[in-house]
Design a protein. Structure first.
Length: 100
């Protein structure tokens, strides 16, 4: 697994990335950064942890709106992917005390 440094809302993070997953990770980082910056720029919420949670909820809600493709290309229930995304978010928030 590779370690890749990324920027989300101006803060650096080192993320684990499977070989060949750099493009997908980059796309995911771009979506999260866009979602978080949009919430921050609205000006109502300033705390990074609250912004992160709202962005995660917005992205998760979008996932539940439509069936997600499975590795075989079929569309199926997005719940396992959503659960995995939320676990990753919890893990990052737990490790990064600077979000508070």
């Amino acid at each position: 697994m590779k370690q890749i440094e990324v920027q989300i809302m101006g803060q650096g993070y080192v993320l684990g990335c499977p070989e060949g997953g750099e493009t997908r990770l980059g796309q995911a980082v771009a979506k999260v950064d866009e979602a978080m910056c949009k919430i921050r720029d609205a000006g109502k919420i300033k705390a990074r942890d609250r912004i992160a949670v709202l962005a995660a909820l917005n992205l998760a809600f979008d996932l539940t709106d439509k069936p997600a493709p499975t590795p075989s290309g079929d569309t199926g229930d997005a719940s396992p992917q959503l659960h995995q995304l939320l676990q990753r978010l919890d893990s990052v928030l737990t490790r990064d005390n600077q979000l508070l």
